[in-house]
Design a protein around this ligand. Structure first.
Ligand SMILES: Nc1ncnc2c1ncn2[C@@H]1O[C@H](COP(=O)(O)OP(=O)(O)OP(=O)(O)O)[C@@H](O)[C@H]1O
Length: 615
């Protein structure tokens, strides 16, 4: 079994004090959090605060009435003929306050939970919007991914922080009011009280901080655990797990890793329980010392029995409350740290900007698309995925990209869609760098179907409409796109036609074959009114005849538009006006099919090889 890395289980003093400071500075995130809560729902937020303010004054009032009741009862025992009216009035008032207090509790809980759900929903929506703005390479970076993962966890978890902080404010107000009552009768008790809770507070703070550092430093492993759980128990992976008999391997890997995490966690949990018990025992002893002090004063006739119950009652409540406030305080600081992860994520800026005021693409494109000495390295990679690539895609031209696996074909398409920035060189549309165009307009003009397109487990209609999501309700356009891509042949055979849910995740879902999925995905390309259509091996799962037919149709249907086709089938590739043959990121041959055959180079060699396979 792997040993727990030292850095994960133990930390130096310096690290501890640094993260301690970090915890407290994380509290600075609270105002931003409350702004978010306020913006989410002003009515619920203000209602919640008002109810809590009222509630915070009730304990003092109740204790005072309790004291008055006892003193009145004692007085009436000694003066039996006096009227009982004041006593019943006090009892009535106590009953009324109890009923109001219950009602306030219900309202506060209700508002907390409604507000918590709304905040979680709003944060999730903001998260999706922000994630969509970020660069693709950021998603491929593990550090970023961990941040995203932590942020995603925060969206639901912050509900606790909301009620914690509001309860904290409420308890502090109650404490102040009770404290004022206590000061009037005996100021010394306050001092005992403070001494009693400080050890617990320090203990709580220390352990919360250790838990946070542990959780944080284990984010990559927790991500791996989630991934292993997914591999071992999801519909998508079940087929392969069964045929390769991976269950034991996955379960073992999960067990080993989860056990390491458990052990690290257990260590903290045990010392937390031990120290927590010891430190709160100090508080209990102090409480009893104060209690004895009050009893002695009562026996000496210095205070009434009512005052004794008031003092011991408020002391007990304040003790409990102070302890709750202190332990909640470190809880809040801890949650605020997690909150920092969420806000940090929102602070990550994309490098490819939306460029809302950028150029818009001419319709139709006049001079075409020019790759000008473009080179590209993936971030964190030290080899060139694309190297010194220069070519022009003329208006109306159909270009095919050919090359062995890893030659850089998909990378070229990603650069064209502005998913990455070229490391060197420029890509121009009508003479303007694509980075200077309005990003949304640029992408609206390009329709790309990637080889790893998404199989949306939604209706057929939605699966096609994602190609032009603004027209999701345009049934006619969806129908036409499906006719064009030959998906109609698939759809006709589905029990619910266009409304058929695809995939096996949801009830009544139907699974399609690889080729059938591809025909549906291909319809997305016809949905949008793009000037350039890029198909990155979207027909690899079609049989040879179907692929030939699809491409023949494609050439006819997109007549006049620009297209880039990536395929490993030469029968398809030869339909293009021009073919670019790529090797290790470089363009090594280009021309029409006939020209490349006459050249008798790499293209011709691969073509012959494939042709022989069919002989
Ligand atoms: N996200 C990525 N991060 C780092 N390197 C990558 C990434 N995607 C691709 N590469 C590398 O870039 C090179 C070009 O990959 P690309 O996907 O463009 O090839 P391709 O020609 O489309 O291959 P195929 O025919 O297999 O689809 C490969 O060596 C690959 O390992």
């Amino acid at each position: 079994m792997k040993k727990i890395p030292a850095s994960k289980s133990f930390k130096t003093k310096k690290e501890s004090s640094e993260s301690f400071k970090k915890r407290f500075s994380a509290l600075q995130n609270l105002p931003r959090f409350f702004r978010l809560v306020w913006e989410t729902n002003k009515l619920l937020t203000s209602g919640n605060i008002i109810f809590r303010l009222i509630k915070s004054g009730l304990p003092l009032l109740m204790l005072y009435i309790g004291k008055e009741i006892i003193d009145e009862v004692v007085r009436l025992i000694n003066h039996r003929t006096d009227s009982h009216d004041y006593l019943w009035m006090l009892v009535g008032a106590e009953l009324g306050l109890t009923i109001i207090s219950d009602l306030l509790n219900r309202c506060i809980n209700l508002f907390d939970s409604l507000l918590g759900d709304l905040v979680a929903n709003k944060t999730s929506v903001d998260l999706v919007h922000h994630a969509a703005k970020l660069d693709l390479y950021q998603f491929e970076n593990p550090v970023f991914y961990d941040k995203l993962e932590r942020a995603r966890r925060q969206t639901a978890g912050r509900t606790v922080l909301l009620s914690q902080t509001l309860a904290q404010i409420q308890d502090i107000l109650t404490l102040l009011s009770l404290g004022a009552g206590l000061v009037v009768f005996n100021p010394w008790l306050i001092l005992i009280l403070i001494i009693a809770v400080i050890p617990s507070f320090l203990g709580e703070t220390h352990f919360n901080e250790r838990t946070y550092s542990l959780t944080r430093s284990w984010t990559p492993e927790r991500r791996e655990l989630d991934y292993l759980r997914y591999l071992g128990s999801s519909a998508e992976t079940a087929k392969e797990v069964k045929v390769f008999g991976l269950e034991n391997y996955l379960a073992r890997r999960f067990k080993e890793l989860s056990e390491e995490y458990y052990l690290a966690n257990r260590k903290i949990a045990i010392s937390r329980a031990g120290w927590g018990y010891f430190l709160s025992a100090i508080g209990t002893v102090a409480y009893y010392a104060a209690y004895v002090f009050v009893l002695i004063q009562t026996l000496g006739g210095l205070i009434t029995i009512g005052t004794m119950t008031f003092l011991s009652g408020s002391f007990q409540r304040m003790h409990g409350m102070l302890q709750a406030i202190m332990s909640r305080f470190s809880g809040i600081a801890e949650n605020a740290l997690y909150l920092k992860d969420l806000f940090d994520f929102f602070e990550i800026e994309p490098t490819i900007l939306a460029n809302e005021n950028g150029h818009t693409i001419l319709r139709p494109i006049k001079k075409g698309i020019v790759f000008e000495n473009v080179s590209f390295k993936y971030p964190e990679s030290d080899f060139w995925a694309i190297r010194n690539l220069s070519f022009t895609l003329n208006p109306g031209e159909k270009l095919a990209l050919v090359g062995e696996n890893g030659a850089g074909k998909t990378t070229l398409v990603k650069l064209l869609a502005c998913l990455y920035k070229p490391t060197e060189g420029r890509i121009l549309i009508d003479g303007i760098d694509i980075l200077d165009y309005n990003l949304a307009d640029l992408r609206a003009n390009i329709g790309i179907i990637f080889q790893d397109y998404i199989r949306y487990e939604m209706t057929v209609s939605d699966n096609i409409a994602v190609g032009d999501i603004d027209n999701i309700n345009d049934k006619e356009a969806i129908q036409i796109a499906s006719d064009m891509s030959m998906a109609n042949e698939v759809i006709e055979r589905l029990p619910n036609g266009f409304e058929q849910v695809l995939g096996k995740r949801f009830k009544e879902g139907t699974e399609l074959s690889g080729g059938q999925w591809q025909k549906i995905a291909l319809a997305r390309a016809y949905m949008r009114d793009a000037q350039l259509i890029v198909l990155d091996e979207p027909t690899s799962a079609l049989d040879a005849r179907a692929e030939h037919k699809v491409f023949q149709r494609f050439s006819e249907l997109i007549h006049g538009k620009m297209a880039v086709l990536i395929s490993h089938r030469f029968s398809t590739v030869r339909m293009a006006d021009r073919i670019l043959f790529m090797e290790k990121g470089k363009l090594i041959e280009y021309g029409s099919h006939e020209e490349l055959l006459n050249l008798d180079g790499k293209y011709a060699e691969l073509f012959q090889l494939q042709a022989q396979g069919y002989l």
